[in-house]
Design a protein around this ligand. Structure first.
Ligand code: ZN
Length: 181
């Protein structure tokens, strides 16, 4: 039972890669380079960016990606690593507050054996969860409704997410200055 549930939660993360793998080149690098309205990048940092998943498992499913095309966690520089995590935390805070997310799956898939479809450009998945949301999965798969809501979601994130990251940076500073508590 437990395994079955885990499959339901994790397997859909592969769906988003199908389009990217068939095309030549890396769709994450292409998205980063493109400034067209069609791509789903909503935040560009110095070392990392954030993009909505085109085939979300849940509304708000996003990916945090180092700008540099690197394959593994080990290849990240300390700056890249810390900016990625900062954006992940900002995304969680944003989704919790604005979309009332009640939980999250945050993770990395490495290698085909782990379910990764795009092996070359590592990225963090952030999937917001709501109590009972596993029932919604069929509703969300690849419908027109999703693409409209993705556009709207992108708009909201583009307007507000930068401030969220800045706020998180400020908090980061405070935490490192005052280690107690
Ligand atoms: Zn890439």
């Amino acid at each position: 039972m437990g395994n079955e549930k885990r499959n339901i939660i994790w397997a859909p993360w592969r769906i988003g890669y199908v389009g990217g793998v068939r095309k030549k080149g890396c769709f994450l690098c292409a998205a980063l380079r493109s400034d067209g309205g069609e791509n789903l990048v909503f935040y560009r940092g110095r070392h990392a960016f954030a993009i909505l998943n085109l085939y979300p498992y849940n509304n708000g499913h996003l990916m945090v990606v180092p700008n540099r095309h690197v394959k593994s966690l080990d290849s990240l520089s300390p700056d890249e690593e810390s900016e990625c995590l900062l954006i992940v935390k900002a995304a969680m805070g944003f989704l919790r507050r604005k979309f009332k997310a009640e939980g999250f799956n945050v993770g990395l898939n490495f290698g085909k054996a782990a379910g990764a479809g795009l092996e070359d450009h590592m990225h963090f998945h952030v999937v917001p969860r709501w109590n009972g949301d596993t029932n919604f999965m069929p509703v969300f798969s690849g419908t027109k409704v999703i693409s409209q809501s993705l556009d709207e979601l992108k708009k909201v994130l583009m307007e507000k997410f930068g401030a969220e990251v800045e706020k998180m940076k400020g908090r980061h500073g405070r935490i490192s200055r005052h280690k107690s508590n």
